[in-house]
Design a binder for this molecule. Structure first.
Ligand code: SAH
Length: 298
């Protein structure tokens, strides 16, 4: 007779964080999380937009094994350092134990389908009706690319309104590939996606295929791609945008556009200066929860 299946115990780590701190907190929890992290929006109104109040919650799940205590305490230390740098208010790290089934349920519930602009971002296991939206099927496993992060949402909204059909599109820092896939589904003629992280490259390639889209995914950055594109997407953090500004510029075709996101308000002036210096002109600015998205043209 077989005994009962040993129950896997998981720890759920939850950290409330202000918009400005979400990215840094995500980065820390990604180091200990078993399968990436999830970011819960404060409140998401119908349609994926609307009333967003209070704090985000960044969550990670890890096996409750012998190393768990040390991992959680490392994360707590790292969060303490962030706080000391003044990177937005961060709440207390909360730990709770959950069982296998609960974990799956919690994980799936935190990834409900979300409507953003022209798109419906849903996990692959969801059969949510796209109701006229363009469905993007993406599973969790990364800090970005589930469509829940505000900067990703801002870029999806740009992809909903900017012309994309028939254009050549480059996605720099593709992560899960979400923006590249969205561009392909909006009818881009050709989509190239790059990321410095080999795990992201693998995930993006798999996700593109799963969504039935053609995206050429490569490891690298804006400097490793040749030629010019009608639309360049760069959802990167401020310091990275500064570092790659001239390479991004080189990839934008005459009259082409660059969508730059992931810029916290404090970093905005510096990033805009850097783009102006390389000859990119601002055509649009949008801000949400301290995150700034810019659209520029060459
Ligand atoms: N485009 C996705 C992911 C954004 S997260 C989205 O909008 O949701 C930013 C990604 O940029 C990460 O996957 C990170 O690995 C990658 N990245 C960081 N620095 C980079 C650089 N210099 N060049 C290219 N990719 C970079």
């Amino acid at each position: 007779m077989r005994g009962p299946r040993p129950l896997t115990r998981w720890l759920e780590i939850a950290v409330p964080a202000h918009a400005e701190a979400v990215e840094a907190v995500s980065e820390i929890l990604t180091r200990i999380g078993h399968n990436g992290i999830a970011v819960d929006m404060p409140t998401v109104g119908a349609g994926g937009r609307g009333a967003e109040t209070g704090d985000y919650t960044v969550k990670a799940y890890l096996l409750a094994d012998a190393d768990a205590f040390a991992k959680v305490s490392d994360a707590r230390d790292a969060l303490g350092h962030l706080q000391a740098f003044g990177l937005g208010p961060i709440g207390e790290l909360a730990v709770r134990t959950i069982d296998d089934e609960d974990w799956l349920a919690a994980w799936k519930a935190s990834l409900a389908p979300i409507r953003v602009g022209a798109f419906l971002v849903r996990p692959t296991w969801s059969d949510a009706d796209a109701a006229g939206a363009i469905a993007l099927a993406l599973d969790p496993g990364m800090a970005f690319g589930t469509g829940l992060h505000p900067t990703t949402q801002q870029c999806l909204e740009a992809l909903s309104t900017l012309p994309v059909e028939g254009l050549r599109v480059l996605d720099v820092g593709t992560g899960s590939g979400i923006l590249a896939i969205a561009a392909a589904k909006r009818g881009a003629r050709e989509v190239v996606a790059v990321d410095v992280d080999p795990l992201a490259v693998a995930a993006a390639a798999e996700n593109a295929e799963r969504n039935g889209t053609r995206v050429a995914v490569r490891q690298g950055s804006a400097a490793d791609v040749a030629g010019a594109f009608d639309l360049v997407l760069a959802n990167l953090v401020g310091p990275v945008l500064l570092a790659v500004a001239s390479h991004l510029r080189a990839r934008v075709a005459p009259a082409g556009r660059l969508v730059a996101a992931g810029i916290v308000r404090d970093a905005e002036a510096g990033v805009r200066d850097a783009f102006a210096r390389v000859g990119l002109r601002l055509v649009e600015r949008e801000e949400r929860d301290d995150w700034v998205r810019l659209v520029l043209t060459a």
